[in-house]
Write a protein that binds this ligand. Structure first.
Ligand code: KIV
Ligand code: ZN
Length: 512
């Protein structure tokens, strides 16, 4: 019998801390449903005290998700913990994840607290959290640079106070596999009460070793891995869920653990998160990259045709690559459309939303004969980006692009519900369109990234555009999809401007 390895997904919390990856409540709900479908054990849905929007999103996720534990992060102060406790109340199973930094540099320079104060604060936090749930996790932030004797002292105290999971983070991605495994083994051997808790690892990828370090911790006794879809997360990101899960499964001969993840949901989850956050997946990324199962050299192709296992250690269909099949066409009816959306885990809010999405589907099917799952995902996302009530919305776009002439754009937008005309010229049709929008919005935001991806193959594919804007230290991503990439670009720019309008959040890595 193998031990169960708890998969704790923090895409919606640490993943969302990637620059510009902030998600709307609806987007978070879609990701949470997909994580539940994939049978993730714990979904860290956010940081309740960060903003009323975060609180609301966690509460909504706790209300709809039944098959996974829903967790909120909280610093070790009373307000954070009470906010987290309230947010997870509707959950079938709710967890509070509280943390405080334990390294000398963080205690002295960031927290300005003595080690005794840190221990006291951690214990108090766990007691408050236990008022809401038995399922309390404690993390020693920057454990990687903490003194081992002090870590043992803090962990012993929080276990006595009632923490059930002890998480050991490599917050700054500084460790290497042998050292990280040794630390986990030492803690499990030395901390009194270690046998009563689940030991967890949370690794960042600054030196490209987050997955390797996490797996080394598992070999040393960790039974929870904190990870994210596509390895999204602060700076260089977190350990990637798909790599951890597939390593444990593919090398079952080495790992004494198994997960309950439905691996066929991995690629759909990867595509969804990439589409929503605007973070593309590099083609050679393990498991979910477009080339992960492509064989280019003749020798490899020949080998795979003769016997697949000559060059493949995993089957593409086991991680969900077969899922992007042709699904619908222009003759498909409303029921087929609805049931395909529900197979993809997309639940629209009421009949009216379904009618609007179906009308958009018919428009798309007129332009594009074959509609794939990825097209439907983009269509629904795009529908969400352009909901009524958005401050800026595209009504009409016309672009002139002619050899020897300066490209020019004329647009009609609604600005807070009022129809407004805009015009601009630029070095190309997209540049002209952005200038036209800026002539009305006057945001002064800096364009940090512009990227276009074809969602499917063929010249009739929808282009999915990501625009990243920065202003006053805030960074947001906007997305838009259309078979016309200039329109997709305009939608993405407006989506980013709408996000800049939303209120700012508290930084979860801030002081206690
Ligand atoms: O990286 C980190 O230390 C964290 C903690 C809050 C667990 O994200
Ligand atoms: Zn982290």
């Amino acid at each position: 019998m193998k031990d169960h390895l708890v998969i704790f997904d923090t895409t919606l919390r640490d993943g969302e801390q990637s620059p510009g990856a902030s998600m709307t409540k609806e987007e978070k709900l879609r990701v949470a449903r997909q994580l539940e479908r994939m049978q993730v054990d714990v979904i860290e849905a956010g940081f309740a005290a960060a903003s009323p929007g975060d609180f609301d999103a966690i509460k909504s996720i706790a209300t709809i998700v039944r098959a996974s534990t829903v967790c909120s992060l909280a610093r070790s102060n009373e307000n954070d913990i009470r906010r987290a406790g309230e947010a997870i109340k509707p959950a079938a199973r709710g967890r509070i994840h509280t943390f405080i930094a334990t390294s000398p540099i963080h205690m002295e320079k960031k927290l300005r607290m003595t080690p005794d104060q840190v221990v006291e604060s951690a214990v108090r936090a766990v007691h408050w959290a236990r008022e809401y749930t038995d399922d309390v996790e404690f993390s020693a932030e920057d454990a990687v640079r903490s003194d081992v004797d002090f870590l043992c002292r803090v962990f012993e105290a929080v276990i006595k106070a009632g923490a059930r999971t002890i998480n050991v983070p490599d917050t700054v991605g500084y460790s290497i596999p042998s050292v990280w495994g040794d630390l986990m083994r030492t803690l499990i051997e030395r901390v009194p009460g270690a046998g009563q808790v689940v030991w967890s690892t949370h690794c960042h990828n600054d030196l490209g070793m987050a997955v390797a370090n996490s797996l080394s911790a598992v070999l040393a006794g960790a039974r929870q891995v904190e990870c994210t879809i596509n390895g999204l997360g602060e700076r260089a990101g977190n350990a990637s869920l798909e790599e951890v899960v597939m390593a444990v499964r593919t090398r079952a001969d080495l790992f004494p653990v198994e997960t309950r993840i439905d691996t066929t949901q991995i690629v759909p989850a990867s595509k969804l998160v990439s589409q929503i956050t605007g973070y593309p997946v590099q083609p050679n990324k393990a498991v979910v990259g477009a080339n992960a199962f492509a064989h280019e050299s003749g020798i490899h192709q020949d080998g795979v045709l003769k016997h697949r296992e000559t060059y493949e250690i995993m089957r593409a269909e086991d991680v969900g690559w077969a899922q992007n099949k042709l699904v619908l066409g222009k003759h498909s009816g409303r029921n087929a459309f609805k049931s395909r959306l529900s197979a993809l885990g997309i639940v629209l809010d009421g009949e009216e939303a379904l009618n609007v999405a179906f009308a958009r589907f018919k428009e798309l099917a007129d332009k594009k004969h074959e509609i794939f799952d990825a097209d439907l995902q983009a269509l629904v996302s795009d529908e969400e980006f352009t909901q009524d009530g958005e401050y800026y919305k595209l009504v009409y776009s016309r672009v002139c692009s002619e050899t020897g002439e300066t490209p020019a754009s004329s647009l009609t937008l609604t600005v807070d519900g009022v129809e407004t005309k805009a015009a601009g010229v630029g070095s190309g049709p997209v540049d002209a369109t952005f200038k036209a929008i800026e002539s009305v919005a006057g945001s002064g935001a800096q364009l940090l990234l512009y990227s276009v991806n074809a969602i499917t193959t063929g010249t009739d594919a929808q282009g999915e555009v990501t625009v990243r804007l920065g202003k006053d230290g805030r960074i947001v991503n906007g997305n838009g999809a259309d078979t016309d990439i200039v329109i997709a670009s305009a939608k993405a720019y407006l989506n980013a401007l709408n996000k800049l309008q939303a209120p700012d959040r508290v930084d979860p890595q801030g002081d206690v």
